[in-house]
Design a binder for this molecule. Sequence first.
Ligand SMILES: [Zn+2]
Length: 421
Amino acid sequence: MIDTHEHQVSERYWLETEYSLFSWFIQPWFGQYAGADLVSAGMPPLDLEKLRDPFVPMHERWELVSPWWPFARSTGFGQSVRLAARDIYGVDELNDSTWAGLNERIIAGHKPGHYRRVLYEMSGIDVIILDQNVRADPYVHSEFVGAEVRPRVALVKRFDDTFIRLTPDSLGLIEQDWGQRVDDMDELLAALDGQFDEMERSGVYVGVKCAMAYDRIVRYEDAPRQQAEKIFQRIRGGEELGDAQRRPFEDFMLNEVARRSGERGLVMQVHAGILAGGDANITRTNVTHMNSLFARHPRTRFAVFHGSFPYMGELAAIAKNLSNVYVDNCWMPIISPTQTREWMHSWIEAVPLNKLMGFGGDYNFPDGSYGHSLVARDILARVLTEKVRDGYFSEQEASWAAHRILRQNAVDLFGLERFLD
Ligand SMILES: [Zn+2]
């Protein structure tokens, strides 16, 4: 199948970093979902931090997890890592008496070949679409996207913190990359074109990722160039602008990125709905804020992430009416397995079948993606079985739908043929 969204680091970089049971709760760079549920259950955030402190002995780390795990284990996030423990390490349950043995097995398995075994052989993933958010990983371009690597890795690029949320610092980095000064909007857009040229030349990019939802409302206005140019000149002059002052510039640039994505045949993956990392501000991330963006760029195909949870109905209405909007339920199967099951039923009935994508692991470590892949497959299998039982699909239609939702829709949308054998 195709995995439409991951944040995995390359295997070589993973091998260079500490990996243990506690990496399932927090990674060196980011918190992880199972850890977020420990904190949601009541674990002090500073205790979660200690789980990645190499100076804290393993048994002390477990003592921090133990009071909260019984409450977090029952969520989708908990279920995902429990499935990984069961199938990858042969440990059926994580508790006070099994954690040490599981931890030993995880540490013993921290060796070359783990990615291939877990992601390719066990999860059955042929291609990962990687949204690289661990910038420190030096091996993404030199190794991870290599033609001999399994699963194959295709990339999407973010412009959020470079061209869009422009600062004097990020402008400096753009100039460094571009190799010349950038003094006005024409030159900035030329540098942006340069980035898209580079992406095309590399042959490994299939899209652009926009995660601006983490920083602001996802309503992107049709800001006039003149206004954006004025703001650009202030940034050029070294001013650090607040978010509100810079907003029309951000809107203008995001439209420029969206337009170029359409012209170049790249998909724009957009975050909507629930945010990772303990930010509960979900009204600003409602997919309906993006209606005007979708309408403004009819040639650009937008894959709306996470089923827009908890705004699945809004996404159904939008994806039904706009031919350039697609439903990508990455991350959603472990946010709420039951809601995913209900909405997969509804999306199949409301949205044409070529516009649904059923799996994106959205993890920083391979074991999590394995657990997630099992949850997602299981949900789709149940949905399609129910659809056959209800007489909505024949068995043949149901298996074709499974093939479309887990594989072919993403292959067609992102043009992944070149990554497949
Ligand atoms: Zn993600």
